[in-house]
Design a protein around this ligand. Structure first.
Ligand SMILES: [Zn+2]
Ligand SMILES: [Zn+2]
Ligand SMILES: [Zn+2]
Length: 154
C-alpha cells in the first residue's frame, strides 16, 4: 500500500509528463510516466542500471531499455557517457525534437562519484570543419569534483 502512494504521479507533474508524451505522439503509459518522474527528481543524469535499481520491481529491463531508446529518439532525453563509459540520460532542452538534438552544452562529470551534470548555460564552440565534412555532434566534458564531493573533502 505504501509503495503505491509513493509511486503515484499527480497534479502538475502528471499534466506536464502527459503533455511531453502526447507532444511526441507517445501513448501515456504508467512505465513511461514513472521513468519521466524518476529522472525529473534527479539533479544529475541517470544511468539505466540506476533506473533499474529504482524501478526494477515495476518495469522489466527490456521495457525500460525501449522507453529510454524511444525517449532519446524523440528528443525527450539525451545520452551522456560517464567516466566509465556508461550511458546516462538527462532531459533535453525544449528545442530538441525527433532526430534533432540541440543539447549543445558542456557536461560536467565528477571524478569521485561519477555523476553527470548538464551545464546548460555553457554553449559549445563553433567548429570549423574541413571541406565536405559534416558535423553530427560535439561532446565536451568538464571533469572535476561536484558540490557534494567537494563538501565531503572539506
Ligand atoms: Zn536533446
Ligand atoms: Zn561527486
Ligand atoms: Zn546535457
Amino acid at each position: 500500500m505504501k509503495a503505491d502512494a509513493s509511486t503515484e504521479i499527480t497534479g502538475e507533474k502528471l499534466e506536464e509528463f502527459q503533455h511531453i508524451l502526447k507532444a511526441n505522439q507517445l501513448k501515456v503509459t504508467q512505465p513511461r510516466l514513472r521513468v519521466l518522474d524518476t529522472i525529473s527528481t534527479k539533479t544529475s543524469a541517470i544511468s539505466q542500471p540506476e533506473l533499474e535499481k529504482i524501478l526494477g520491481s515495476e518495469i522489466d529491463r527490456v521495457t525500460l531499455y525501449r522507453i529510454l531508446a524511444n525517449f532519446e529518439e524523440k528528443g525527450i532525453l539525451h545520452k551522456v557517457f560517464d567516466l566509465n563509459g556508461t550511458a546516462t540520460y538527462a532531459f533535453c532542452s525544449t528545442k530538441c525534437s525527433a532526430d534533432h538534438h540541440h543539447d549543445q552544452h558542456v557536461h560536467f562529470i565528477c571524478s569521485v562519484c561519477n555523476s553527470v551534470f548538464c551545464l546548460d548555460e555553457i554553449a559549445l564552440p563553433k567548429v570549423k570543419l574541413p571541406n565536405n565534412f559534416s558535423l553530427h555532434s560535439i561532446a565536451i566534458n568538464a571533469v572535476g569534483l561536484c558540490d557534494s564531493c567537494n563538501e565531503k573533502q572539506a
